[in-house]
Ligand binder design. Structure first.
Ligand SMILES: [Zn+2]
Length: 352
């Protein structure tokens, strides 16, 4: 597994200067910790940094930074270095299991083949279940020779405190909306309004912002036209709110059905829905602060139709829905319930 090339045309690490220099100091001091925890949001350059770190530790030129030309650097880049191991979620799975950690343990039970420092990279380390974490903890307590672990995690609170205490914590700060906006405008020549919309919808994640603007080249989601999908979704939500009570029930259920056809897109769909309900909630007070500025006229229409209390309730329902989906509730039923709640709340009936 090599460096994630999907962002090759845009270097996330240029915004992590402090973190990169912290890692360089570690290498130059020749005191490589047994375990490092790279914490932070998605797409802040953590995986890229892990590979750069492994290259720099093993670079034959020994300058403390990766030369990218020696045999070792090239092997790591080509994904053919025998001492660079990576553990990640298996396809279709939501947790990293103990068998994966045991398998890795077996692979590192003998000495490294050729590396000065072998790297075991654990992506999505916060998705290891408890047994897997306990198995890993044993390895961290008695680390194999010339081996360091890098754990990449979003939610460090999911990790055992005993694991965290054995790791040197390296934090990757999230990019700000403004920074993402600036990148989109300057690097990708996106117009200002769309740059604002994408950066605010993407919640500090540049790669996501690029996805919403169909800018990602090698992304698995490239088949989805997010510009079109976002417009369709916002129009569909506005239409549910605009129409009379009987029609809006069927519209809500129809939208629920359509959204549940694409479970893989649900997180980003919810992200867009959140901007819609948030905009609706704040429009009367701060019309210029809404995210979906290209729907300004729509919000002018619909914000008059609903009282503020309901708008707040709806946003609350959406957050509940997001939580339910994260705890594996059935997608269709959860979305049905969400839209029915919106519709019935609109009609001033009590539904639960
Ligand atoms: Zn090198």
């Amino acid at each position: 597994m090599g460096i994630d090339q999907t962002m090759s045309d845009f270097d996330q690490l240029q915004y992590q200067a402090k973190t990169v220099s912290e890692l360089t100091i570690i290498i130059q001091a020749k005191k490589i910790p047994n375990a490092l925890l790279f914490s932070g949001n998605e797409n802040t350059g953590r995986k890229e940094s892990a590979f750069l770190f492994a290259k720099a530790c093993n670079c034959l030129k020994e300058t403390g930074i990766a030369c990218n030309t020696c045999k070792s650097c090239r092997k790591i880049d080509a994904d053919s270095h025998p001492d660079i191991l990576c553990v990640n979620l298996r396809k279709g799975k939501k947790i990293i299991s103990i068998s994966q950690i045991r398998e890795m343990g077996l692979a590192i039970s003998s000495k490294p083949n050729e590396a000065k420092f072998r790297m075991v990279l654990i992506l999505n380390a916060d998705l290891m279940n408890r047994q897997a974490q306990n198995a890993l903890l044993k390895m961290l307590e008695e680390p194999p020779e010339k081996t360091f672990f890098i754990l990449i995690a979003n939610k460090t609170s999911y990790l055992l405190p005993t694991i965290i205490s054995r790791c040197r914590d390296i934090r990757f700060k999230p990019l700000t909306d403004k920074l993402i906006e600036h990148c989109l405008i300057n690097e990708f020549k996106v117009d200002k309004q769309m740059a604002v919309i994408a950066s605010k919808t993407a919640d500090s994640d540049l790669k996501k912002a690029m996805m919403y603007l169909n800018l990602n080249q090698n992304d698995e989601a490239k088949d989805v036209d997010w510009i079109k999908r976002r417009k369709w979704l916002l129009n569909a939500l506005a239409s549910i709110i605009k129409t009379d009570s009987n029609t809006c029930i069927s519209k809500g259920l129809m939208l629920s059905q359509k959204l549940s056809f694409n479970p893989d897109l649900i997180d980003d769909t919810i992200a867009i829905m959140k901007t819609f309900f948030r905009d609706l909630m704040i429009f009367k007070l701060y019309p210029k602060k809404i995210v979906n500025l290209d729907f300004f006229d729509t919000f002018t229409d619909i914000s008059q139709m609903v009282e503020t209390k309901k708008k707040c309730d709806w946003t609350g329902y959406l957050y509940e829905t997001e939580k339910r989906l994260a705890s594996n509730c059935t997608l269709r039923l959860t979305l049905d319930k969400f839209f029915l709640k919106i519709v019935t709340n609109k009609r001033k009936l009590i539904y639960d």
